[in-house]
Design a protein around this ligand. Structure first.
Ligand code: FES
Length: 137
């Protein structure tokens, strides 16, 4: 077996764990549907990946960087929200603000599974939540 290279031609980055080891898709997909798994993504930014009800990975990653002042935040499965502990901002599963002080949606990344590798790609086109160009580009 030839290990995949760390960065693909299309600007992709392998999803890695906290030790910098690439995470196989099969490892995340062994988790129950609804799991939010935190991985190191583009530029090592912590990014949430979601296991969907159909047992595949959501093709949209949510970057764990509060748009208020940049804190990282946990997923609250009871409330089905990302909840920032620093000043109380809350976000929907899609990363839309439901309570400030944050006023911008969470940054997105594309997620693609190829041969059990998880790749992340920069999100540069229209933000589907706002219908506008992404604020982070
Ligand atoms: Fe998240 Fe302030 S940094 S609410």
């Amino acid at each position: 077996l030839v290990p995949p290279s760390e960065v693909s031609e299309g600007g992709g980055t392998l999803a890695k764990d906290q030790h910098g080891t690439p995470i196989p898709a099969s490892q995340l997909l062994a988790e129950p549907p609804g799991t939010r798994a935190l991985i190191a993504g583009l530029a090592s930014e912590p990014t949430y990946l979601t296991v969907k009800d159909d047992g595949t990975l959501e093709p949209i990653g949510i970057v764990n960087n509060c748009t208020h002042l940049g804190c990282t935040f946990p997923w609250n499965p009871l409330d089905q929200q990302f909840q920032c502990p620093c000043h109380g901002s809350r976000y929907t599963p899609d990363g839309v603000v439901v309570r400030g002080p944050a006023n911008l949606p969470l940054k997105l990344a594309h997620v693609a599974v190829k041969d059990d590798a998880i790749w992340l790609y920069p999100w540069t086109e229209t933000d589907p939540r706002t219908g506008e160009p992404p604020w982070w580009v």
